[in-house]
Design a protein around this ligand. Sequence first.
Ligand code: SF4
Length: 312
Amino acid sequence: MSPPGTGKAGASASIPGGPSEHGSSCLATVLRCGRKWTLTYGLGYRIKYPPAYLVHGSLYHAVCAYWHGAKVSKPPDWLATPLGAALDEIGAGYPEQIRAAKDFAKFYPSFDAPRGCEPVMVEQEFGATLAEIAGREQAGDVADERVTCRADLVCRINGRTWLLDHKTVEPRGEHLQSWNDARAFATWGFLAMHNFRLVSLFVEDLAGFLVQRIKRSQPFEIDVNPLLIPVGAMQDYPRIMIEAVRRERQILAELKLEAGTERRLASAPNFTACDGRYGLCEYVAVCQTPRIEDRALILAAEFNQFPPVGEG
Ligand code: SF4
């Protein structure tokens, strides 16, 4: 069974977005820190009050999804929910961010980017087994494991098909910083390789991956840049998927052997991963607390728990 997803708010049939079932966030997490993967995906913890920027990102994604979703030939079911109601649901408890998203919804149609873009699919989930991605021989013992991605937008531009991801950013200065390929690949390359590899199994002649950067604060700014995926990195990516899924399996096997509160200690922490590009890991207080009982108190107070893998 695949682990439960996490990430963007809003996994529901009535609103767009939400976590992909077994996507790049999940695989990246297990490679970065086994403890974090255990708590989030193995045991199903989700922080009750995510940082405002995450909610902000989910809200802006929804605005983009509604705009593009209204233009595809088979409109998604969630379009039946009015945008305002979807934003209120996604941003519940974050009134300032909802207000900003409603302002952004007024701005976005005037941007019309990328120019000449014809949406084909919006917030579409794709999935394939590792055998389909890497070949049964290379995938070996995890050949039948399925990985997934949710594509923000598949679109046609000048007769070619592109995969586009929306990214909300807050530049240090007033304006968006100039695009830097090496930095951009370091920031978004894992997601780009993952989504591109999967979607290219289903969409012929995929031309490339576009990042649409959206400045969160007013005055709004947006730019769209192709993310160049190095060929060598792309060739190696299936090996990364296989390695990540093997680690997940190993952790799940360990969890089955543990019992009660001891499970919260399963998997070694990686203290080099606590301060990431999005700030401090949400479990810092848990990992820094020595007594298991106190960890349990923090988890109960600050996190919701959803059914863990195999117990849903
Ligand atoms: S705080 Fe650090 S060690 Fe603990 S789960 Fe997060 S990344 Fe891992």
